[in-house]
Ligand binder design. Sequence first.
Ligand code: BEZ
Ligand code: FE
Length: 278
Amino acid sequence: MRNLNQDNITQAVIASFANTPDARLKEIMTSLVQHLHAFARDVKLTEQEWFEGIDFLTRCGHITDDKRQEFILLSDTLGLSMLTVAMNNDKPQGCTEATVFGPFHVEGAPHYDLGEDIANGAKGTPCLVRGTVRGVNGEPVPGAVLDVWQSDEDGLYDVQHVGLDHAQSRGIVAADGQGRYHFRSIVAVPYAIPHDGPVGQMLEATGRHPWRPAHLHFMVKAPGYETLITHVFRDHSDYLDSDAVFGVRQSLVCDWVAQADGTYLMEFDFVLNPAKSE
Ligand code: BEZ
Ligand code: FE
């Protein structure tokens, strides 16, 4: 392995993985090297450009902590998150489509009874959210658990508010015996993903904006069904056709209806895919 050159280095690197015990890891590393080298050849990457690439990745690492995840933002804005969601969530016709998880889910959100207000003091126009969770054959899913999170009217999630020490606009509710759920919250608004770091610089340098259309996040779980990670988007919201993270699915867009008293109603039924039997 001496005197490697641009014509044989790719094969030499691939050969270095020959003894990888885990076959899947070997497949991934081999393909990664093949594609990385092909990319460098394709764009005739200069040494200066690759130093800048490494500096970019280093800055992504430095800004990342338990509240800020720049690598998720990078994956999302490059469409890689949505590509993996699409490839791994090929569900039967009629099932609710999945979309990106995003960086703002928090484990252990507070539990609420049906009908309670998950806003918990967050600023925004009140909104009643309700619907039914069913299986793909139309059967209700009693007790399905819905983990919900959203931004407030300033376009910020609770975890982005410095000094806020309790959950707002996020919570866990269990559907009733007929799979029905309802809770109160606030109307979501379009917001910009965090763009004060390297990913924001990448968006600016490429003439892209950081905005997402108004949406509510849901993770729906029930025994015997695949967990569904998705959003419900607000119809007519700005950015439905230019979501910075490519997450919009037409089937997830619904009308959030203004009520006479100035509040809103958002109704959405979820259809779960049966779990694969092992
Ligand atoms: C979100 O919807 O919370 C989100 C998704 C991707 C990147 C940033 C935020
Ligand atoms: Fe979001």
